[in-house]
Design a binder for this molecule. Structure first.
Ligand code: SF4
Ligand code: SF4
Length: 415
């Protein structure tokens, strides 16, 4: 037996009453049928590590690693167990006390810690990808590199927003915009669409220059100290501006931004500032007015995939549907298991490619079965995962689109 450690909030860990109602909502449990890959099983393992019954050794760590952090278990749990917080605390402990194999250490350090959170490094890292694609040399790459490349969109659309864009209608006020670190490199056009929608609905859009990575990738991979550094930087960047809201169009980032208060609650110099920041954060979908969109002339069938960090972590599922339905009307079709994780889960599809691929296939099959030609979602990770899954399945007639881009399709400046 190892020495007891104190990394979990004990009251939160004990709030699980083992009822098992969450099990059938957990994607990894649905795939493996193993109780250790369920929320209840993982909470047992976390508590056992905390009490010293288990060490941070390979077997329990494997089950914690396999967790997507999708938080579907939180939506299902009648006892309100804050599973996401328990997972972040456990992963932080594991990263300090467990030594992984060389490949995983390099992958986590180089790609997740040193490249993704820094847009200029990501741009640099993508240069060889452009060359390899241009010269069709993908077949020379090792398998893991090919799989990583397959996740990237065919068209890499970078672009930064200006510091200020003025409302195109009589101004209602001004909002801050969180650009993100992956979005300006891979989905600059989506940031552009988001700002355009806000301007058309009467908002000045301020994109402060001092902002950086939201910290989600760090928080989800057990690097809480680094996530806190990101939070402090962003709070300082947005403070001092008269903002009605702070808008984010990436659900994975939004779920971390709304939890800055929790992340910095033990830091007396920042806890109040973090609470004030989080109170202003709004996902783009909650800030847009659906009555401003008319049914489009397109005859494409449209469906909607719930990004886990919007529907489970933030409890937002009706509003994005209302926006999509405003444009698609009776061409909207519901997706089976729409709120089941697609396997993207931040950097999960890089660290756990096998389970990510199983969930990707499950999601893509549901999309194909729905008959939709457009699948709309609200998170860049989901878009990459679904786009690549559709491509692999040969479903070239279906396009995956961010909701901001979908809402802007066919709209004129006068609408
Ligand atoms: S976060 Fe998702 S994968 Fe992890 S235990 Fe909860 S439902 Fe299962
Ligand atoms: S996490 Fe919630 S739903 Fe799952 S076993 Fe514990 S109390 Fe029940």
């Amino acid at each position: 037996m190892s020495a007891a450690a104190q990394f979990l909030d004990q009251a939160k860990a004990l709030s699980c009453v083992h009822c098992g109602l969450c099990l059938s909502y957990c994607p990894t449990y649905l795939e493996t049928g193993n109780e250790n890959d369920s929320p209840r099983g993982r909470i047992y393992l976390m508590r056992a590590i905390q009490s010293g019954q288990l060490g941070a050794e390979a077997a329990p760590v494997r089950h914690v690693d396999l967790c997507l952090g999708c938080r579907a278990c939180e939506t299902a749990c009648p006892s309100g167990v804050p599973y996401g917080t328990l997972l972040e605390q456990t992963r932080d402990y594991i990263e300090k006390n467990h030594r992984r194999g060389l490949f995983q250490r390099l992958l986590r350090w180089i790609v997740i810690e040193q490249v993704f959170p820094f847009p200029w490094r990501l741009r640099l890292a993508l240069l060889p990808v452009r060359v390899i694609r241009l010269l069709r040399l993908g077949f020379l790459m090792p398998r893991f590199a090919r799989e990583m490349m397959e996740l990237l969109p065919q068209r890499l659309a970078g672009g930064k927003l200006p510091a200020e864009r003025l409302a195109k209608r009589p101004a209602k006020g001004q909002v801050g915009f969180v650009e993100g670190c992956v979005m300006p490199v891979l989905f600059g056009n989506t940031n552009e669409s988001s700002a355009e929608l806000l301007q058309r609905q009467g908002w000045d859009v301020i994109t402060p220059r001092g902002q950086g990575c939201c910290g989600a990738l760090y928080a989800h991979s057990g690097q809480l100290a680094k996530a806190r550094e990101c939070a402090r930087r962003n709070i300082a960047a947005f403070e001092g501006q008269a903002l009605d809201a702070i808008i984010i169009n990436a659900a994975g980032c939004g779920s971390t931004l709304v939890e800055y208060g929790e992340l910095l609650k033990d830091d007396p110099a920042w806890s109040e500032r973090a609470e004030a920041f989080s109170a202003k954060v709004e996902d783009l979908v909650t800030w847009l007015d659906e009555s401003r969109f008319a049914v489009s002339g397109s005859d494409e069938k449209v469906t909607y995939h719930d990004a886990c960090h919007l529907c489970h972590a933030q409890g937002i599922s009706a509003k994005p549907r209302a926006l999509v339905k405003a444009k698609s009307s009776d061409r909207f079709v519901e997706l089976a298991e729409s709120d089941l994780c697609c396997g993207s889960a931040g950097s999960y599809n890089l660290t756990e490619p096998e389970m990510a691929s199983r969930l990707q296939q499950r999601k893509v099959q549901h999309i194909i079965d729905s008959g939709a030609e457009v699948v709309v979602t609200t998170n860049p990770g989901c878009l990459l995962q679904i786009q690549s899954g559709l491509h692999k399945a040969g479903a070239h007639h279906v396009r995956a689109v961010h909701i901001a881009d979908y809402l802007l399709e066919g709209e004129s400046d006068d609408d």
